[in-house]
Each structure stands twice: as structure tokens, then as C-alpha cells.
Write a protein that binds this ligand. Structure first.
Ligand SMILES: *[C@@H]1O[C@H](CO)[C@@H](O)[C@H](O)[C@H]1NC(C)=O
Length: 283
């Protein structure tokens, strides 16, 4: 999750302060705090939570997920004013550029386009959300999916673009059935269910319909493409699609993307509810 999203979400943290942090399935399985993707036998952590840095053993296995360095301490250590997150072990190393910028070959953050900073080269040029992740593919026939839907170790990109046939192949391999993709759908969630329709359409009742007929959210509602239903005046989302959670009426938290497939509900900082279907990971 990017800095912009965190900042937005932190504003609202007080509202959800009563929520309790739970232990993620992969933390229990591996004994590594902050591990979000893993395998149980043999025990191995594949991915640390976004806000943590992996620390590797000599033979290339993650043994710790360490707090990263942010803010002024990170800009100072990295010497890069566009860097928003630095490695927990070697703070000189920038690990995340601010939204709108991307790494060059020397790991400096320079201005970039959405396909560049989302790290999805097949992303539409205007397809990024406010948090800098890709939400829509450039090619009309391609569907976006979260990388952690099919890979446990998705360090290089959060999202992937596939044709419907490729997507259904992946979905059948992992879930035994095709992806759920109604006409007009442009992206699916970690469970291969549509979570967003093409621009101008709202996903409501499993179909892509106009905003007026569907979720009734006004254009000013951020992330309204992920909203299932807005309140009567259309300025607050009260139900989100596709494993997203709402903070102050905005569906900005992709919990399974942030905390792994075992997380059903979350705050910006931690998972608050386990998904009973994935207590031992995907399989
Ligand atoms: C919808 O939510 C907004 C923002 O909280 C609020 O200002 C508005 O009054 C709500 N509308 C209704 C009908 O409750």
C-alpha cells in the first residue's frame, strides 16, 4: 500500500480504533510476525506485509519482517526527496517511491507514468487509483487481477493483466471453477470474483450497471468503482465489493492484498478478522 493511501487511511484510524489486531495465518504457521504469504510444510515465509522489509537468511529465505523507515528519516538516509519508504536494515536503500514516481535503473525515484509506477506495464495510462496501484488494463480484452491471487511471492508487481481465457485457467487451477466476470467487468479480486466494472459503470448485485441504477455514488466519492452501495445522498459508500473495506465511506483498503489471502477485514495498520476459508493459506 502506498504512502498516499496510508495517509488517507490514517486520518480515519480513530474511527476504527476499537478493532482488534489478529494473528495472520502465516504468522502462526511460520512464527514470523508480519508474514502474509507462506507455505506450511516445510514452513516458509514468502512475503512480508508491505510496510515491513524482508530480512533474508544466507540461503535466501525470509526469517524476519522488519519495520521500515519512513518520513524525514528515510528521505535523509536515502538522499531522495521522492522516496517514502526505506529498508528496515539498510535505510539508505529506498524501497518505495511516492505516487507518481518510480525507480530508475539506479533505484532513484523519478517521475513516471501509471504503467511504470504501478509496476504493471500492461496497465491503462489512466488506470491507476489514488494509491498508485493499477486498477484497469490498457487492452480492452484484458482483465486485471491481484498478483497474490495466483503467486504467493509477488514482489515485482501487485497486479497482472490477462485475457479472460488465461484468467479462467488460473481460476480453475486454484478454485476448481471459472472466474466470476459479468459483461463490462474489468478486474477481479483475490478470489477471482469481479470487483470493478469499466469506467462509468457500477458493480451492483453482480452486474455492471450505470451509477444511477447501481451504487448511486457521486463522482466525488473516491474509489467509488469498488463500492456496492452508497448512502441515500450518494456521498458515502456503505458496502464495498471484492474484499475491500471502507474507511470513512471510501473503499480504500484491499485487505487481502495488504495482509494476505487469510485476512477478511482490516484497518490500515493490521488485519482485524481472519477469513475462515483460508486459515491454512490458499491450499
Ligand atoms: C451520507 O453520508 C454523508 C457523509 O457522511 C453525510 O454527510 C450525508 O448526510 C449522508 N446522507 C444520508 C442520507 O444519511
Amino acid at each position: 500500500m502506498s504512502r498516499a493511501l496510508l495517509a488517507l487511511a490514517t486520518l480515519a484510524l480513530a474511527a476504527s480504533a476499537s478493532a482488534q489486531k489478529i494473528q495472520l495465518p502465516c504468522e502462526r504457521i511460520t512464527g514470523i510476525a508480519g508474514c502474509v504469504e507462506c507455505k506450511s510444510s516445510p514452513k516458509e515465509c514468502y512475503l512480508c506485509q508491505r510496510t515491513l522489509s524482508p530480512v533474508w537468511t544466507a540461503d535466501g529465505k525470509i526469517w524476519q519482517c522488519k519495520a521500515t523507515v519512513v518520513g524525514a528519516a528515510c528521505t535523509r538516509a536515502s538522499g531522495d526527496s521522492n522516496c517514502v519508504r526505506c529498508d528496515g536494515t539498510v535505510p539508505q536503500w529506498c524501497t518505495e517511491c511516492k505516487v507518481g514516481t518510480r525507480f530508475n535503473a539506479n533505484y532513484r525515484c523519478i517521475a513516471g507514468t501509471c504503467p511504470q509506477y504501478s509496476r504493471n506495464a500492461r496497465c491503462a495510462s489512466s488506470g491507476c487509483t489514488a494509491d498508485g496501484t493499477c486498477a484497469r488494463c490498457a487492452a480492452a480484452g484484458e482483465i486485471l487481477l491481484l498478483a497474490n491471487a495466483i503467486y504467493s511471492n509477488a514482489l515485482w508487481s501487485d497486479t497482472l493483466c490477462m485475457t479472460l481465457a488465461q484468467l479462467n485457467n488460473e481460476a480453475r487451477t486454484l478454485t476448481g471453477r471459472n472466474a466470476v466476470v459479468p459483461a463490462g467487468c474489468v478486474s477481479v479480486d483475490t478470489l477471482f470474483r469481479c470487483n470493478q466494472c469499466r469506467p462509468g459503470l457500477s458493480l451492483t448485485g453482480g452486474k455492471c450497471v450505470t451509477y444511477a441504477a447501481g451504487n448511486k455514488c457521486l463522482p466525488r466519492v473516491a474509489y467509488r468503482e469498488y463500492c456496492a452501495r452508497c448512502n441515500a445522498t450518494g456521498d458515502k459508500c456503505v458496502a464495498c465489493n471484492g474484499n475491500r473495506m471502507s474507511i470513512n465511506g471510501v473503499c480504500n483498503l484491499p485487505c487481502k492484498q495488504m495482509f494476505g489471502i487469510g485476512c477478511l477485514a482490516c484497518t490500515p495498520a493490521f488485519c482485524t478478522r481472519a477469513d475462515p476459508a483460508y486459515l491454512n493459506g490458499r491450499r
